[in-house]
Design a binder for this molecule. Structure first.
Ligand code: MN
Length: 228
């Protein structure tokens, strides 16, 4: 008999294209990873080491569900991103072995309370409440690498109510997926089920209640949510 004093929380899982679900362990995110976006955020687009933050796994929003507009913000931004799903873990993973650890890819949104983030940056405080709030990570179907391969280039774009807001190319990432996996694995021991949001191209902007967000990554897949 279990000695848990509360029922354990349900396992967070992402639907996989073709069937089944991918159980999620942790959600890591890369900060600035496209030069044009680094510039629009007032940063230096040079090749400084990547930096990471996290979201709780239960911030994921799947199945094209509506996203409740979060509290405590008047400046909710969309960040369209390629998401890497790890099927194998490890520490100090070599760059040339990193893709062997990747199970698949999805299109995702790193939704951001930009006003809270700006205040946190100003005060030198953590980003958690800007990034890791409820429903802050809408994600589309997960596509197995066994089917789609390991996309290193291709258009990544987001439209809001049918009008394009963000557009870039995976080839413009400052740090490519194998480098991101290798870097992160030198900070924490990665595990099967971990996700990595790999950063957003330029064009981040505010979204409001009623907006329909539709993202697409060429060769990968789509993500869709409506803010309510
Ligand atoms: Mn981001």
């Amino acid at each position: 008999m279990s000695s848990h004093v509360l029922p354990p929380p349900p396992t967070v899982a992402i639907p996989v294209a073709g069937g089944g679900t991918f159980p999620v362990r942790r959600v890591f995110c890369v900060g600035r990873n496209y030069a044009a976006h680094a510039r629009e955020m007032g940063g230096d687009p040079n090749r400084e080491p990547p930096f990471f933050f996290t979201k709780p796994a239960d911030a994921l929003l799947t199945g094209g569900a509506d996203m409740p507009y979060p509290p405590a913000t008047a400046d909710l931004h969309h960040e369209m991103e390629l998401v890497v799903a790890l099927g194998r873990g490890g520490a100090a993973i070599a760059e040339d072995a990193a893709l062997d650890h990747v199970w698949g890819y999805a299109a995702g949104l790193d939704m951001t309370r930009r006003d809270i983030q700006a205040q946190a940056k100003k005060d030198g405080r953590p980003w958690d409440m800007a990034k890791g709030f409820d429903h802050s990570a809408p994600i589309g179907l997960l596509h197995p690498a066994a089917v789609i391969g390991h996309p290193a280039r291709g258009r990544i774009a987001l439209s809001v109510n049918g009008t394009q807001r963000q557009s870039g190319d995976l080839a413009d990432q400052i740090w490519r997926v194998p480098e991101v996996v290798a870097f992160l694995s030198r900070l924490v021991t990665l595990a099967p089920g971990d996700l990595i949001f790999t950063g957003t191209p330029e064009g981040v902007a505010a979204a409001v209640r009623g907006d329909l967000l539709e993202g697409e990554i060429e060769g990968v897949g789509t993500v869709r949510t409506r803010l309510v």
